[in-house]
Design a protein. Sequence first.
Length: 178
Amino acid sequence: MAILLELWANALDAGRWGPPDPTAALARPRGRLTVPVYQSAMATDHPLVRLETLALIAIGGFAGSNLRFFTLGVFGEIPAVLLVNVLGSFALGFLVYEAEYAGLVGKQSRVVFTTGFLSSLTTYSTFAVQTATAGDPLAVLVIVAGNYGLGFTAVIASRSVARRVTAGTRSAPGGETA
């Protein structure tokens, strides 16, 4: 069933509305991304499709930036920035690995979450300013190690979660079952 869904999705992505090409799944290596996750969903040239995508990104951005603002009010600046960056790293990692292992999240939804919500939720610029203005070398070390170390750990953890969530839907890298 998963192969049939993949064939149909490939046919839709190729712009064909007819029956899927039965050889399309064979040409795609299992467990590897053939199209970057960050590729724009605006592949269609119709102005309404682009407008819809831009509106969805704006809605996602509105939600992400407001959640960050709320988090800043609840936790204070340094802990809030660390929290949103780590949660954003986990969520983006999950979406990347979900695309690699199963690809069940649609292109439009992926754009809303990555380009809209997560890019507005996370903040590299505030992290950089906090680091530059911390003054105390120990504070600089804690801020940098916290953001990068916990962010990287969150991405690795999201890979494990994506494998478990998508288990049985498709082969994982190396041909083993996810």
